[in-house]
Design a protein around this ligand. Structure first.
Ligand SMILES: NC(=O)c1ccc[n+]([C@@H]2O[C@H](COP(=O)([O-])OP(=O)(O)OC[C@H]3O[C@@H](n4cnc5c(N)ncnc54)[C@H](OP(=O)(O)O)[C@@H]3O)[C@@H](O)[C@H]2O)c1
Length: 332
C-alpha cells in the first residue's frame, strides 16, 4: 500500500497532528516515459507551514486533501524511462508518501552519482545549502574581519551559513535554543554563541559584537531581529532568510521597532527566495562540495525514524527538537 499524509485542515497557531490525515492507497503503476519511486527519506522544512496555510506566495497553493508537499530521497522501483533504472537513488519532490509515479524531466528529478552520499546532498547541495550560500554571499557579502551574526544557527540552513562566514574570515556569533546546540556550534569553530532562551540576548550581542554587526543572517525574525537591528555597524547588511518566530503566531504580527537604524547606519535589509538562484546552483554545489570534501564544512542531520512520525517531526522542528537538517526515514 501507499501510505500518505494529506493536508486535513489549515493550521491556526501551532501546527497540530489533527491538521494532517492519513490514508493508504494503491501503489501506482507507471506509464511510458515515467518512473515509480519509493521514498526513503522525507525532508521537513519550515516553509511547509506557509504552504499548509496557503500563504507561501512563491509556491503553488496546497489544497485541503492534497498530499503534503515535501522533497526527499527515493529509490526507483519501476522505470519506463531510458535514463533511469531500477535501484537508482534520486532527489526530488515526492511528497509525504511512500510511492510516487512521475515524469522525471517534468519534475526536475536529480539522479545521484554512484558513491554520492544522499544525506550530504540533501543537507548541503540541496535547497538548504543553496539558501545558506546565496543568502550569505550574495546578500550578506561578508568580508574578512567583519562580524556576522546567524540566528537559528544550529538548524539546517544556519549551520551551513555560519561555517561559510567562518571560511570568509569573519567573527561569527550564532544564536540557538539550547546549551547543547551552542556547544555544538562552538565545536564547529564559531567565535561566540547565545542561548536565546536562557541568556539576555541584547547584553550578549553587545558584549560579543563590540564594533557592531556587519552581517545579520536572519532565520527567525521577531525580537531577535529587532535586537540585531539596534546593533548594526555602518553599512551593515541584514539578510532576511526566514522568520520562523512568526510562522505559528495567530493575529497581527509585530513589525521590527528598530528598523530606522538602517537609516542611521546606512544599512540594507533584503529578503530572497533560494529559487531566484536556480541558474547558479551548479556553481554553488561545486564550491560547497569542495568545502565538504576538504573538511572545511561539516553537515549535520537529525533523522526521525518512521513514516508515521512525519507530523510529529514537523511539529518538533518548529519547537527546536532538531539539530541540523530534519529528515524522516520512512522505513528501517
Ligand atoms: N529564503 C529562502 O529561500 C529559504 C529557504 C529555506 C529556508 N528558509 C528559512 O530559513 C529558516 C531555517 O530553515 P531550516 O530549514 O534551516 O530549519 P531549521 O533551522 O533546521 O529548523 C528550524 C529551527 O528554528 C528554530 N526556532 C523555532 N522557533 C524559533 C523562534 N521562535 N525563535 C528562534 N528560533 C526558532 C529552532 O531551533 P532553536 O532550538 O534554535 O530554537 C528550530 O530547530 C526558516 O525560517 C526557513 O523558513 C528560507
Amino acid at each position: 500500500m501507499n501510505r500518505q499524509f494529506l493536508l486535513a485542515a489549515r493550521p491556526r497557531g501551532w501546527v497540530k497532528e489533527s491538521d494532517f490525515s492519513y490514508q493508504e492507497t494503491a501503489i501506482p503503476v507507471c506509464d511510458s516515459g515515467q518512473i515509480l519511486v519509493r521514498t526513503k527519506y522525507i525532508s521537513l522544512d519550515p516553509s511547509m507551514r506557509g504552504q499548509m496555510e496557503n500563504r507561501a506566495d512563491y509556491a503553488a497553493p496546497l489544497n485541503l486533501g492534497d498530499v503534503m508537499r515535501a522533497s526527499g530521497i527515493a529509490q526507483v522501483v519501476e522505470s519506463e524511462h531510458p535514463d533511469f533504472a531500477m535501484g537508482d537513488l534520486v532527489l526530488g519532490s515526492f511528497g509525504m508518501q511512500d510511492y510516487k509515479r512521475l515524469d522525471p524531466q517534468a519534475l526536475g528529478v536529480r539522479k545521484f552519482a554512484p558513491g554520492e552520499d544522499p544525506l550530504a546532498a540533501i543537507s548541503v547541495y540541496g535547497g538548504t545549502g543553496m539558501t545558506a550560500y546565496f543568502g550569505l554571499l550574495e546578500l550578506g557579502q561578508p568580508r574578512q574581519g567583519q562580524t556576522v551574526v546567524v540566528s537559528g544557527a544550529a538548524g539546517a540552513t544556519g549551520i551551513i551559513a555560519a561555517q561559510i562566514a567562518k571560511l570568509k574570515g569573519c567573527t561569527v556569533i550564532g544564536l540557538a535554543g539550547s546549551d547543547l546546540k551552542c556547544a555544538f556550534l562552538q565545536e564547529l569553530g564559531l567565535d561566540g554563541t547565545i542561548n536565546y532562551k536562557t541568556e539576555n540576548v541584547g547584553e550578549k550581542l553587545t558584549e560579543l559584537c563590540p564594533s557592531g554587526i556587519d552581517v545579520y543572517f536572519d532565520n527567525v525574525g521577531g525580537e531577535i531581529l529587532d535586537l540585531c537591528l539596534a546593533r548594526l555597524a555602518m553599512n551593515a547588511r541584514v539578510v532576511i532568510c526566514g522568520g520562523i518566530s512568526r510562522y505559528n503566531l495567530e493575529g497581527p504580527i509585530p513589525g521590527p521597532k528598530n528598523y530606522f537604524n538602517l537609516v542611521y547606519r546606512r544599512a540594507r535589509m533584503e529578503g530572497f527566495i533560494v529559487v531566484d538562484y536556480v541558474d547558479r546552483f551548479e556553481e554553488a554545489t561545486d564550491q560547497l562540495r569542495q568545502w565538504v570534501d576538504d573538511g572545511s564544512i561539516q553537515y549535520q542531520t537529525y533523522v526521525v525514524d518512521g513514516f508515521e512520525n512525519l507530523p510529529s517531526a514537523l511539529i518538533g522542528m518548529f519547537k527546536g527538537e532538531n539539530l541540523g537538517k530534519t529528515l524522516v526515514a520512512c522505513d528501517p
